[in-house]
Design a protein around this ligand. Sequence first.
Ligand SMILES: Cc1cc2nc3c(=O)[nH]c(=O)nc-3n(C[C@H](O)[C@H](O)[C@H](O)COP(=O)(O)OP(=O)(O)OC[C@H]3O[C@@H](n4cnc5c(N)ncnc54)[C@H](O)[C@@H]3O)c2cc1C
Length: 337
Amino acid sequence: MKIDNTFGIETQCRELITYDSEDALREALNRIRSQYKGLPLLHIGCGSNLLFINDYNGIILKSSIKGVNIKEETENEVLAEVGAGEICDEFIAYAIQRGWYGMENLSLIPGQIGAAAVQNIGAYGVEVCNVIEEVHGICLADSSERTWMRDECQYGYRQSIFKGALWGKYAITRVTFRLSKHFKPKLQYGGLVKAIEEAGFKESTLSAENLRQIIIGIRRSKLPDPKEQGNAGSFFKNPVVAKEKADLLLSKYPGMPNYPADGGKVKLAAGWLIEQAGWKGKSLGPAAVHDRQALVLVNKDGATGRDILRLCEAIRKDIAYKFGIELEPEVNFIETH
Ligand SMILES: Cc1cc2nc3c(=O)[nH]c(=O)nc-3n(C[C@H](O)[C@H](O)[C@H](O)COP(=O)(O)OP(=O)(O)OC[C@H]3O[C@@H](n4cnc5c(N)ncnc54)[C@H](O)[C@@H]3O)c2cc1C
C-alpha cells in the first residue's frame, strides 16, 4: 500500500492501518501481533517530516482520532484535550476562534497533533511544549496506557522522549494543551514586528487572528508548498556550538547570524551555512536545495529517498569541510531491510 508523504516519494508498505479510537488501535495491535509477527511497525502522521529511503517492509499505523474535550476551564485558561489525529493547524484556527491562545505562532505547520507532541514543533519563537500539559499514549508492544506530564517528556529543540528513548514504542493518542484566555502576542522573533507594521497593525491592536494570518502569509512566501514541490520543511536542525567555535567563525564571517542558546552555547543558522557554501538552488540529480530557502531540500523531479539522502550527505560533508560543523538532519529517516 502507498504511503503518503510530503516529499512526494513513491513508497509502499505491507499494510497501512488507520484507526479512529483507542479501542480500534488496541484491536489493530492484536491483529498485527498475530498476523505480522516480527515485522517492523511504524506510526506516522501526515508524513511531513519523514524521508522513506526505500519501501517500508512492515506495517504503518496512522491515527484519525478526532475531537476536542475541555478537561478544565477557568476565567483565565482552558485545558483542552485533543485527539492525536486532528490536524494541528485546524486546531490552532479553532482555538483562536474560541478565544484560547498560545499556539498562534505555530500556524500552518503541517501535520497532526500527535506528531506535534513527538516533534516538539516550533516556529517564530514558540515551541509546542510551551503549551503542552500532558501527553497520552498506548504501548505498541503490549497495549498498556501511559500519560506523561510535560516535565516527563524531555522536551528540547525539536526533541522529546518520544523521538528519543521511546521512539517507535508508543502511539500518542491524545494531547492536552493549557491555553490562555488572554492574548499575549509573542513577537520577539526578528521578522514579526516588521511584518506586523507593514500589515498596518500595532502590537496594541493586533488580534490573535491577525497574527495568525501574518504568519501564514510569511510562511507561504518563504516555504515551498509540498503540493507543488515535495519537501519536508527544514531538512537540518540549526547547529548549537560552543562559544569559542562561534567566535572563531564570526571572526571570519562577521555577518553570520547567531543566537544565544542554553548553557552559554550559540545557535547558528543551518540555512545560512548552506547558502554560504553555495548550495542554494543547486541540484544533484532529481533532488535539489530550494532556491529561496537553503534549509529546505526539495523533490524536483521524481526523486527517490536515496536521491534526497545523497544530496543530504553531500551538503553535510561540505559544511563539515568548510565550517567544521556537523549538520544534524531534522527529518526522520525511515529505512527497512
Ligand atoms: C512545508 C513544511 C514546513 C514545516 N515547517 C515546520 C516548522 O516551522 N516547524 C517545525 O517544527 N516543523 C515544521 N515542519 C515539519 C513537520 O510539519 C512537523 O515535524 C510535524 O510535526 C510532522 O507532523 P506529521 O503529522 O506529518 O508527522 P510525520 O512526519 O508523519 O511523523 C513525524 C514523527 O512523529 C511520529 N509520529 C507521528 N504521529 C505519531 C503518533 N500519533 N504517535 C506516535 N508517533 C507519532 C512519527 O513516527 C515520526 O517519528 C514542516 C514541514 C513541511 C513539509
